[in-house]
Design a protein around this ligand. Structure first.
Ligand code: CTP
Length: 430
């Protein structure tokens, strides 16, 4: 065991001054998904944060203390009787900027709800005044049991963020809701809480939201297509966050930079702009809001040839193009025609550059008018901005004429600002 003391989050960690890094407690519950906490700890330390890992005694049945100590650079204990003069059971929670529990078992949540302090992790939870995130993982029956449902509701009422688990393969042959979301997703949500410095609101409960994301590909022949540089990150961030704020979310996804499906989101994969139009048109009438974050190709090759186009005397010297339908404008049209409910909120995105004819905002205002949507999220593109990067900035324009700047931040933070603007436009969700 390391020689250094355990009473402070910074103790013993290499280069652990009070720089920009935050003090994060990673609590690990005793479940098979405990191994995934290693990737979470690593992401936080690589981002420059100071991490203290507090496993429960049963978590150490799955992953050894040495692994957590090596990954965090700090000592690891489960009980309150180590380094008593340092009062770690009080100080770790008091000093933390963020507490992330992954995986959170049914038992750990029950103990947190009861206010128990019978090990270092639950004692730390009682003293923490920072944002706290629980990422549950358990079998579907345990997740759906009324005791767990009530415990999750209580934690949320107290301002704790309880992440919706993913569906999919559980231990053994079982499948269903209860899987720990991917570590990148947990780290993304936890980092958002550091940026926002408050708990995720549960303001979208009862709302059905359709999000489109990614880029479409318009085939020219069996191997070539017209595509675009959309990574899908912004739309995926909106879908992921909308679910965590309580919405039921369908994500109509074109091609992305290999993004994982967000936990608890219903994903519909499409290839072309026309596929996307059909998928969106079919589902929009059943939704309270549609967020068109996808980069939809404006044109497709007029003909798709069945065999690969060869070089040589028959090679084409141009590719005739046909315009694709504008899905966003079509939705607004359908709403005007009464085909979708008049209360459905429609959000568009605009990627704009300024030029001699006008600046980004003047083009965006014209686009809001032209498309007729309720909100337009405007990104200034070019010079390495917006596409394929993790950070973004821009403006949010509303049909009522209000305009606000979206400060520079992660695509998760942008997503949360977009949902902050969308939320008050939605009905009660009943
Ligand atoms: N969009 C759409 N269907 C299309 C093209 C775009 O629904 N065929 C949606 C996008 O999802 C986005 C918005 O329209 O929400 C703005 O897309 P953008 O490409 O910026 O606008 P365009 O209409 O293509 O305008 P322009 O290229 O003239 O700037």
């Amino acid at each position: 065991m390391p020689e250094h003391t355990s009473g402070s989050i910074d103790s013993g960690s290499p280069g652990s001054g009070h720089g920009s890094g935050k003090r994060i407690v990673v609590g690990v519950g005793g479940g098979i998904a405990a191994y995934k906490s290693c990737a979470i700890i690593r992401s936080f330390t690589e981002a420059g944060h100071h991490v203290r890992v507090i496993p429960t005694a049963s978590a150490l049945e799955f992953v050894g203390a040495a692994t957590f100590e090596a990954l965090s650079g700090n000592p690891v204990h489960t009980g309150v009787f180590t380094d008593v003069p340092e009062v770690p059971h009080v100080r770790l929670g008091q000093e933390a900027d963020l507490v992330v529990i992954a995986p959170a078992t049914a038992d750990l949540m029950a103990r947190a709800v009861a206010g128990r302090a019978d090990d270092l992790l639950t004692a730390t939870l009682l003293t923490a005044r920072c944002p706290v995130v629980f990422a549950p993982a358990m079998h579907t029956e345990m997740w759906e049991h009324p005791a767990t449902v009530a415990n999750v509701a209580t934690l949320r009422e107290r301002g704790v963020t309880v992440i919706e688990p993913a569906s999919g393969r559980l231990t053994g042959k079982d499948t269903g809701a209860g899987r720990l979301p991917e570590p990148t997703e947990i780290v993304g949500l936890a980092s958002l809480l550091l940026e926002r410095a408050d708990a995720l609101p549960r303001d979208l409960v009862g709302q059905k939201i359709l999000v489109s994301a990614g880029g479409t590909r318009e085939p020219l022949d069996p191997v070539r297509f017209l595509g675009n540089r959309s990574s899908g990150k912004q739309g995926y961030a909106i879908a992921r966050l909308a679910v965590q704020r309580g919405a039921q979310v369908t994500l109509v996804s074109g091609y992305t930079a290999g993004l994982d499906a967000p936990a608890a989101v219903d994903v519909v994969e499409v290839k072309t702009a026309e596929d996307m139009r059909i998928a969106v048109a079919k589902r929009a009438p059943d939704c309270d809001a549609v967020v068109m974050a996808a980069a939809v190709a404006d044109f497709r090759p007029t003909t798709t040839v069945a065999s690969k186009i060869k070089k040589g005397p028959d090679e084409p010297d141009s590719i005739p193009l046909t315009p694709n339908a504008d899905i966003l404008a079509g939705l607004v049209q359908s709403r005007r025609a009464g085909e979708i409910d008049s209360s459905t909120v429609i959000v568009g995105f605009a990627a704009e550059t300024g030029d001699s004819g006008g600046d980004v905002l003047s083009y965006a205002r014209a686009k809001l008018q032209r498309k007729g949507c309720d909100l337009l999220v405007v990104n200034a593109v070019g010079e390495g901005k917006a596409f394929e990067v993790d950070h973004n900035d821009g403006w949010l324009l509303a049909a009522d004429g209000s305009e606000s700047a979206l400060e520079h931040g992660s695509k998760s933070l942008m997503a949360s600002r977009v949902l902050d603007a969308l939320s008050p436009l939605l009905g009660s969700g009943e």
